[in-house]
Design a binder for this molecule. Sequence first.
Ligand SMILES: [Zn+2]
Length: 558
Amino acid sequence: MKTDCPLADIVTSKPRAILLAILSISCLFAFAGRAQAGATAAPGSSAPYLIIHLDAIPSKLFFEEYDAGRLPNIKAAFEDGKIVRHAVSPFFPGTEMLYPRLKNGLDVEAQMPITWEMYDRESGETTSHIQTILKLFSYLPRYSLTQIIHGAPGMDLLAGCALLNTPRMLDEYRIVEFFWFITDAYGHVFGEESQKKSIAILDEFFGLLLRQLGSKPVNLVLYADHGMSMFERDYDAEAAMSEIAGDNVEFLYYPNLHLRDPSLAQATAERLAARDELDFAFYRADESLIVGVHKNGQVMFRSEGGSISYSCNGPDPFGYFRLGYQGQPLSDQQWLDLTCKERFPAVPVQIVRYMDNPLSGDIVAVLNPPKALKTAVGIAGCHAGFADTDCVVGILMKGPDIDPSKIPDTFWLHRLHRDILEIDPGNPETARRERNSLMVSGGRIELQASPAHRWNGMLSAGSDGWTVTCERSLARSLITQIWTGLGITSGGEPAGSPTPVASSRLNFYLGPLVYEYKNLILLPSGKRISSSSLRVETKCGVIVEWSHPNRIGLGITW
Ligand SMILES: [Zn+2]
């Protein structure tokens, strides 16, 4: 089921071409130099990380575009880095499952979201969809929260502009996360062609980003969080689960079915597996054995220590025995090594680890593509199974602290930060201070000196008087920043006498361009003095500023 995406066409048309042309020129002017992201860091120093999250792009689709040369900037940046084509996102594939674990370095069994709505048998508490969304957002860096808006269809240009501002963030944080959420909505609603267009837009902005970064040493990481499977028909799996379990339903939200009487799990699973709406119904037969019922037989996963063995009654639906598997216990990584390129990668690990989570149901029911789960918005794509298009993703890495020879060709995605990169994005180091600057403009001198991160001291002096303020950054996103402060100015009554003043500044960032709207309010009188300016910050630290209506300034930043 595929539909055309008018919004994707809009963002690939004239406005985008004009914007990209302007940005290309300004980036060239301001940051002339060949793209060399990933260049060598100074000895003993550690380069910052820029981690780009690409939502819901299966490895197959990504590398179709990459290998065909349709992502030239991404390819140029990562070509001699590490390209992992078969990382596997843990079942149940979704951002709510993956991101909290990736961010916090936690395993699948951790009591984090395992789908959007959950039931805790221990406490009897349920978690609603909105609670899970809020929990997920609570793990995003605060500066990234506005990127949730950039995830709506048609927001590619805004998301691209936000990407161009990540170099500023790299001055502030050792680890910067950027989210290209929009491809999830495109995949669900419009299908993979619109996803491809969106990745191409990401690639163009990524090219501009590389120009901005120039030779700055940065560790670049690009990963997709889970896949997306296109489908022809969707099925109401939850209705089938509810119908089969009847009065015995304690709590139901795909893929989990909690029963009032868990001893009926086997009988319920057998009846569920016979339904067209589902492919598998898994239940726990004993402490170490999970059985999965399907229409033609059963699969068995037995946990032994940290390993899992697989056997089946009837046909082998995953094709593992064809690969030479002989029924021996394998570790989670060994399962990946054996099956990561198959249609159903590492299913024993996917299901056992999922059902080891205390929030999982007495039955975990699964449908796989080409079937899809019936949802309100999923009319073209879905990610609800354990097939490769649901779970296998690409990861690209390059940088001075990334040694390609030490990174395996397949690994579990949620272990990327903890085990592969050995970083902790939950606790990124911040810069000790903001950038200082000195500007001369129309007979005025303006000095900004920062004592600490998010704090600024400002002195403005000229023939018409002086102002001193101390400012605090109130809110920061990738595109905007709001400062407020208090100070003193010589503009009081009688003329020239000192008077207290409140200040506010709103900055809009677009690559090397900064638009600033500034207000000074004389506190006793409430008189407001507003000004606006546009400046270009060059890589070597020179600032050229135009202030409304006709003042030109020059300055330096350090
Ligand atoms: Zn999705």
